[in-house]
Ligand binder design. Structure first.
Ligand SMILES: Nc1ncnc2c1ncn2[C@@H]1O[C@H](COP(=O)(O)OP(=O)(O)OP(=O)(O)O)[C@@H](O)[C@H]1O
Length: 245
């Protein structure tokens, strides 16, 4: 694979938010949020509806720009980039997994998985493609269209698509929201393996304490602020903290 154009520094954190505020008119969705996501860490973001989780994810991933404060991805300050460069950095250095899978219906599974590379004008590394496909267990489904797959298989294809560029960080926004508990576990296990086996950095936004317990730590948002962080979470400790938010 050729080197990405916006090569990130090997910083200890994959993503750093410094005093990030985001306002929409007179609504303050995020209020002075600072947080480092350690490289090779798995962090869950939880909080009540309207607490700012989506805004946090959008600002941290460069999909949106903070009103104040800064976001760095592997040492690159997103605020200093043009819209075009930010788009390129997202494409090359960030993987996304969404609740609704967001696969392209007219493309088969393999085409969907390699799409981020294609958009970046890069050829897939055959060894890494085979490894990613093996991990998500879709070896026999590469020529199928998304509509021919179960929801869990579609989400596994989306995870493969997020990992194929070996991104600085994978942002997963409620990736198990549309899945049954067993299928959800398969997807969470894949994210966990990406962290444990290849040192990937994962940020997971979820409402589900069971899902959050797969992470190394859980960051709690309330009213647009980080109000707590729980290290080495279990479903019970997450649930207990959640109930008192
Ligand atoms: N584009 C927008 N325009 C105006 N207000 C917005 C916009 N996006 C978000 N907000 C407001 O910002 C606050 C935080 O919203 P956000 O979507 O980040 O919360 P959330 O924690 O993701 O909620 P949910 O769990 O319901 O998805 C809310 O008060 C919301 O109404």
């Amino acid at each position: 694979m050729s080197m990405p154009t916006l090569t990130a520094e090997r910083t200890a954190h994959a993503v750093r938010l410094d005093s990030v505020t985001k306002t929409y008119g007179n609504v303050t969705a995020l209020s002075g949020v600072s947080h480092d996501f350690p490289r090779g860490g798995f962090t869950a973001i939880m909080g009540p509806s309207g607490s700012g989780k989506s805004t946090f994810l959008h600002c941290a991933s460069g999909l949106d720009q903070p009103s104040k404060g800064s976001v760095r991805i592997g040492g690159v300050d997103l605020g200093g980039l043009s819209e075009a460069k930010r788009t390129r950095l997202r494409r090359e250095r960030i993987g996304f997994v969404f609740q609704s899978f967001n696969l392209i219906p007219s493309m088969d599974v393999e085409q969907n998985i390699v799409l981020p590379l294609q958009l970046a004008g890069t050829a897939p590394d055959p060894g890494w493609l085979a490894e990613v496909v093996r991990r998500v267990g879709l070896q026999d489904r590469l020529a199928h269209r998304p509509s021919e797959l179960s929801g869990g298989q579609q989400q596994r294809a989306a995870v493969a698509r997020a990992l194929i560029t070996r991104p600085e960080v994978v942002f997963a926004d409620e990736p198990t929201g549309a899945l049954d508990p067993r299928t959800a576990r398969d997807v969470l296990r894949l994210l966990r393996e990406a962290v444990d086996q290849t040192g990937q950095t994962v940020v997971l936004v979820t409402h589900d304490p069971m899902a959050a317990a797969w992470a190394d730590s859980v960051v709690f948002l309330s009213g647009g602020r980080i109000v707590d962080e729980l290290v080495a979470p279990s479903p019970t400790t997450v649930m207990t903290r959640w109930e008192t938010l």
